[in-house]
Design a protein around this ligand. Structure first.
Ligand SMILES: O=P(O)(O)OP(=O)(O)OP(=O)(O)OC[C@H]1O[C@@H](n2cnc3c(O)ncnc32)[C@H](O)[C@@H]1O
Length: 390
């Protein structure tokens, strides 16, 4: 808010619209404790009403909206919508949910209407495929994996997704305090367990893979958990936690061979925790401890979950910003609420600007010549009939 007050001239504060959109973190809180979620909204709305901006409402976005607005942002910033060019797909990874959105020539919504978002933008129609996986953001995905590993209620857990030498005591009640895992809480578990890292990328992949269900699909094709997904098409931009994690791991070059990416992760996960802390003293400890898991999760989600292959992996660009603006759902949400992306292309002028200038100059010249001619004719008439005036 302070940044916004500085960025917007104070004379314009009152006319500047302010919206608040909440995503999967709040979707989960709403499922878990609706009155707590309402209380958060009341407090936030009161604070925003007292801001100098024109506050126009706060609400929780649906997963579909979150995915679709991320897609609008990426393609708006790339100027693909005004030009009617082939669009870029959007891959968003948050803490609680993850979204995949893209236009596919083979998808018109017939097979799975729930995944369809129709847009008419700048005179072009788009059938957007979008799906949001609640509980598959990187924080909730980690909970899911830990829940599977602690299903029998052990007091100690050797975990391949954490560095060797990493030790942390984890509370069962805290780990299972999320609707993503609450139902699988072991009946008779101790109060806490000791998590010890072993730093083994290949075993970590095996453990991560177990949070995806590939056993059922009632459609012609699926990603995971029985969710329909058409064949991947075109290029993709991956942002939010995809960027934070892969940038830290130096793995944003998606054109690198898949084996090289795996080798780097293997080496990274096997690095002793003491070395990691020494090498990255200013990195938040929670993030540092979880990059091995997060990197492995991202690779597994993209390849096994969404079916990117060693060949199509290079079609993904890891992005943080486009032309100085953050890639993410927020800009798309604002553009939509303020009607800044029109359904129809603005009427094209019949002549380009230079054409108008030429016509104006020519018309001016003609009028000038005509005026001169009339003045000349009149003065000649007056000279040849001097007596008629009297
Ligand atoms: O509710 P959802 O839709 O899940 O989205 P979010 O609000 O959690 O999504 P963000 O893009 O804000 O954050 C994505 C996640 O990345 C985490 N994150 C932020 N900066 C990071 C960094 O430098 N390194 C690692 N993780 C980071 C952050 O804690 C979140 O878990």
């Amino acid at each position: 808010m302070l940044k916004a007050r500085e960025a917007v001239p104070s004379s314009r504060h009152g006319e500047t619209p302010l919206y608040l959109g909440a995503t999967a973190g709040m979707r989960l809180l709403n499922i878990e404790n609706a009155s707590a979620s309402d209380a958060v909204f009341q407090a936030v709305e009161a604070a925003l009403h007292s801001s100098p901006f024109s506050f126009r409402g706060a609400r929780i976005l649906s997963g579909q909206e979150e995915g679709a607005f991320g897609w609008v942002t990426v393609n708006y910033l790339d100027d693909r919508l005004t030009q009617g060019q082939e669009t870029t797909g959007a891959l968003d990874l948050g803490g609680a949910s993850t979204q995949i959105s893209f236009v596919s020539a083979r998808f018109d919504g017939t097979e799975s209407p729930d995944n369809l978002m129709n847009f008419r933008l700048y005179g072009n129609d788009y059938n957007l495929y979008t799906h949001s996986y609640l509980c598959y953001g990187k924080d909730q995905a980690l909970r899911k994996m830990l829940a599977l590993q602690t299903a029998s209620g052990p007091t100690s857990l050797s975990d391949p997704c954490f560095h060797p030498g990493y030790i942390r005591t984890r509370d069962y009640s805290e780990l299972y305090a999320s609707p993503c895992v609450a139902r699988s809480k072991p009946q008779a578990s101790p109060r806490n367990f000791t998590l010890k890292g072993t730093g083994d990328f290949d075993s970590c992949r095996t453990a991560v893979k177990k949070i995806f269900d590939f056993s059922k699909c009632n459609f012609s094709r699926c990603s995971f958990n029985g969710v329909f997904q058409p064949e991947l098409q075109g290029s993709f931009g991956a942002f939010s936690a995809y960027y934070f994690v892969l940038d830290f791991l130096n793995l944003t070059d998606t054109a690198a061979p898949m084996e090289t990416i795996k080798d780097k992760l293997r080496e990274y996960c096997a690095t002793p925790w003491a070395d990691m802390q020494r090498q990255h003293p200013s990195t938040k400890v929670k993030y540092l401890a979880e990059y091995c898991f997060s990197g492995t999760y991202i690779l597994t989600l993209l390849t096994e979950g969404y079916n990117f292959t060693a060949d199509t992996f290079k079609d993904i660009t890891i992005i943080r910003k486009i032309k100085g603006s953050d890639a993410g759902w927020t800009l798309g949400y604002m553009l939509n609420l303020t009607n800044m992306v029109p359904a129809e292309a603005p009427d094209a002028p019949p002549l380009p600007h230079a054409g108008y200038v030429s016509v104006m100059v020519l018309t001016g010249l003609l009028l000038g010549v005509l005026l001169l001619f009339i003045t000349y004719t009149l003065s000649k008439t007056q000279c040849s009939n001097p007596h008629k005036i009297v």
